[in-house]
Design a protein around this ligand. Structure first.
Ligand code: NAD
Length: 254
């Protein structure tokens, strides 16, 4: 089992929801975390709060819009230089709004893939790195269809597909990088709240699915921790579905 205590972690979109719960779970296990978010007020506030509990050397916030390639690279490099290297990269930032579908693709897909590329370049053992773990927060919509949300479904399938291609690369053993996708069902966060207030209003069936399945972000974070700790999954992509219907944790190797 992977020892999280000494790991240096980079998390995108960490100021709220699942990202925030993941950061808190990582810090509780002793990791060091640099997280970024487009929301500077929420990010700074969380940094202040967490530093009181865990110390200033273990948690750093940096503002970044992940759709800006230069900003994303800058915060990634800041994480590397602050901690002297990175062991885990968590591409989590995401939105769910079909009305701004191009922006959604830019955040959920392009930026997550860019984050993977930065992490892979840094971690690859065959290129002088020290290995590591890349986990993308996809969604159940990355494995099955989320009805009424075709572009969201496409954005998450793309991330799972990208991760699967690398995870099953013939030379992945030499690269020393493990890949995982966290695929939550409905989680009680701002993303779902916005959905409930807006698009789901006229969709009673969808609302019923949300109401009966929604889990707290801490539940998704616990599934994330189990996925990260499970280092016996080399040679494939480990996907974990987190949600009430799935008993909170069901893993599947692709
Ligand atoms: P959330 O809205 O609570 O958190 C998302 C965070 O990402 C916010 O802090 C937001 O400011 C940040 N963000 C948005 N755009 C950004 C950008 N351009 N640059 C940097 N940061 C940005 O939502 P959440 O539910 O915690 O979502 C986290 C991830 O989990 C997303 O990838 C989402 O698709 C995925 N997910 C959520 C659910 C759910 O039901 N909530 C289910 C499956 C997957």
């Amino acid at each position: 089992m992977l020892e999280i205590g000494d790991k240096r972690v980079f998390v995108t979109g960490g100021a709220s929801g699942i990202g925030r719960a993941i950061i808190e779970a990582l810090l509780a296990k002793g990791a060091k975390v640099l997280f970024c978010d487009v929301n500077a007020d929420a990010g700074k506030g969380l940094e202040t709060e967490l530093r009181k509990q865990y110390g200033a050397d273990r948690v750093i916030f940096a503002q970044c819009d992940v759709t800006n390639a230069q900003q994303l690279e800058d915060v990634f490099q800041k994480a590397v230089s602050s901690f002297g290297g990175l062991d885990v990269c968590v591409n989590n930032a995401g939105i769910l709004d079909e009305r701004i579908w191009e922006t959604m693709l830019a955040i959920n897909t392009t930026a997550q893939i860019r984050g993977c590329k930065l992490a892979l370049d840094h971690m690859r053992r065959d290129k002088g790195g020290r290995g590591g773990v890349i986990i993308n927060v996809a969604s159940m919509a990355g494995i099955v269809a989320a009805h009424y949300h075709p572009v969201y479904t496409a954005s998450k399938h793309a991330v799972v597909g990208f991760s699967l291609s690398w995870a099953t690369h013939p030379k992945m053993g030499e690269m020393g990088v493990r890949w995982g996708c966290l695929c939550p069902g409905p989680v009680d966060t701002k993303l779902i709240t916005v959905l409930e207030e807006g698009q789901a209003e006229n969709l009673p069936v969808y609302r019923h699915v949300l109401d009966t399945n929604k889990v707290p972000p801490e539940s998704a974070a616990q599934a994330f921790i189990r996925l990260l700790e499970d280092d016996e999954s080399n040679g494939g992509l480990m996907t974990v579905v987190a949600g009430r219907e799935q008993g909170h944790y069901r893993k599947r190797q692709l």
